[in-house]
Design a protein around this ligand. Structure first.
Ligand SMILES: [Fe+2]
Length: 488
């Protein structure tokens, strides 16, 4: 029996073995097959073009730009990225003005992209992609994909990775300027993709390398106020952190860097027996610290934290049992396979008590990409918006939800299986001051239309569905994180 006849015989046997459940699953796979559009390559920048209004009308007062970052190209003839987090950074801009919207996208012009383009192969190592022949890595920024998130800063747009410098782009043209050096002696130091901005504009961020971290403190216009090196109790993988008005809070999960190797993910070991620690630092004196112990969990993202009157610190997080999605699921999506669905994360509330104990209250609510009303960052708040809703046979999300922590109620809107829903961003209604008085901007990839869309919700009534929606002329790969810049 040769290989072809072996495969043919195997296919026949498999067909005979199909039961009704398997047939349904096969049908679901077929329907959901083109989710791969969300992980396809964009071959060239998308020039600014009008979006078509497909529903409702834009609310008066909603004016500005939603910038979004995420991988946009993975495959090259000689070799391809093997992990979703290792595509070339692609900055998208949805611009809303006078009731109209436009969409454009431009690749971050990084040394990584230039080198891989010249080689005709992805040779630059990344989070989960190995180095190829000819890779030259002299500093972290040589492999910086600038592909995770975006921080608007003064008249600059900083495209953020997590193991190297911010990459400065032009907010109007999305043209790349250069890596940001915040202080000459700190060139190339890591700068996480999830800085925390205080309501007054000051920005805190971390850069983490093993069990060392740099704590960045920037003024509202992006000038460096302080950069302090600290030791961490363990060399956890840190993607995000949170903060109250007075404290920085680091979740130190038991995914530990215990060796130096590339790609980065291969240097980490999951050690659930160690539990998860939470490190609390005093913003005014980083040497003042407390460590809390929790059961083991994995976490990419958390919401803003706050302090209760009795000193209890609280924050929400999207937690999962292990880093399976980061390890394997985010590889498999590039190969067209679904092994970890939406990543398995569920919404949870964490309380750090004045007596030194900590509580983890898990929910069963599917949740990723949590966002809050930035005007309440670090203060007691009520709401979190997050992506939700899983579709069998397809990765990522098909709905958006607003969780009310005061009443423990969640309101949702499901777009259905033909839409891939990305991170929602809250935009305050001009002149408002109440929490979540404003809109949610929810980008999606419409699989039937093969087009990227932008939906606007009343943040107080997400369950009523979009009040307005636009469709772009092209379908862009699904992105990760965004930020809105209002324009009056
Ligand atoms: Fe993230």
């Amino acid at each position: 029996m040769n290989r072809r006849s072996f495969l043919t015989a195997g296919a026949g046997l498999a067909a005979l073995a199909l039961n009704p459940e398997a047939l349904r699953a096969a049908a679901a796979n077929q329907v959901a097959g083109d989710w791969r559009l969300g992980f396809a390559d964009l071959e060239a920048d998308l020039p600014r073009g009008p979006m078509t209004l497909v529903q409702g009308r834009a609310p008066a007062g909603l004016s500005g730009a939603l910038y979004r970052n995420g991988s946009g190209k993975f495959r090259r003839p000689g070799a391809s990225a093997t992990h979703w987090f290792d595509g070339d950074g692609l900055m998208r801009a949805f611009r809303i003005h006078d009731g109209q919207a436009t969409l454009e996208a431009r690749f971050a012009d990084t040394p990584k992209r230039r080198r891989d383009t010249a080689a005709g192969a992805v040779i630059t190592p990344g989070f989960g992609t190995a180095a190829g022949p000819g890779a030259k890595i002299g500093s972290a920024d040589d492999s910086n994909a600038a592909n995770i998130s975006v921080l608007p800063m003064g008249d600059e747009l900083w495209a953020l990775w997590e193991a190297g410098s911010p990459l400065v782009m032009d907010p109007d043209t999305l043209a790349t300027r250069d890596f940001k050096t915040l202080r000459p002696d700190l060139r190339g130091m890591p700068f996480l993709a999830h800085p925390r901005r205080e309501p007054g504009g000051r920005v805190w961020n971390l850069g983490v390398a093993g069990s060392k971290a740099v704590v960045w403190r920037l003024s509202p216009d992006g000038a460096l106020e302080a950069a302090d090196l600290i030791d961490l109790p363990r060399a956890s993988y840190v993607h995000d952190f949170t903060a109250t008005d007075r404290h920085l809070i680091l979740v130190l999960q038991p995914w530990i860097q215990d060796r130096m190797t590339l790609p980065y993910v291969d240097s980490l070991t999951w050690r659930p027996q160690m539990g998860t620690q939470v490190l609390v630092l005093d913003k005014a004196d980083l040497s003042r610290r407390r460590v809390f112990e929790l059961p083991s969990f994995f976490c990419f993202h958390m919401g803003d934290a706050w302090a209760e009157a009795d000193g209890t610190l609280r924050f929400d997080a999207c937690i999962s049992a292990d880093p399976g999605f980061a390890l394997q699921g985010a590889r498999d999506v590039l190969a067209g396979k679904v092994t970890h669905g939406g990543g398995g994360a569920r919404l949870a509330m964490i309380s750090l008590n004045p007596n030194g104990s900590a509580d983890l209250a898990r929910t069963v609510l599917v949740a990723e990409f949590p966002r809050t009303d930035g005007r309440f960052a670090g203060r007691a708040r009520r709401y979190t918006v997050h992506a939700t809703g899983l579709t069998p046979g397809r990765p990522l999300f098909e709905g958006v939800a607003v969780h009310d922590w005061t009443r423990d109620v969640e309101r949702r809107f499901h777009f259905g299986p033909r839409q891939m829903v990305e991170e929602a961003v809250f935009v305050a209604r001009p002149g408002s001051s109440a929490e979540f008085d404003g809109w949610l901007l929810v980008p999606t990839l419409n699989l039937d239309a093969g087009a990227s869309e932008l939906h606007v919700f009343d943040a107080g009534a997400v369950q009523d569905g979009p009040i307005c929606g636009w469709r772009g002329a092209a379908g862009l790969p699904v992105g990760l994180h965004g930020a809105f810049v209002a324009r009056s």
